[in-house]
Design a protein. Sequence first.
Length: 95
Amino acid sequence: MGEDLIRGKSIAAIASDIADGYIYLNPLTLKNFSDDIYKELYHQMRKLQTLIRNEKFPSHDQAAIRNRNMRLQRLHHAMVVLQNSARVKKITLYY
């Protein structure tokens, strides 16, 4: 764990950037990642997904609802890509 960096950023910052749409995760971007980075990135994305879901739901604000749902959708898509790429590389993501 510790000081894993991807492109000069921490893994938690990368997970946040994925949720915000600044980084798009695909098999080519995952190509050079080590097994530990796969596991830590997956763990951080799960943690961020839980944080977003635990926030108070903005009942009457359509823009906030859309933003929340887009963040969850981006995280879910990135996690599916990460899981499939890990399966191909035979990496176990679950602790």
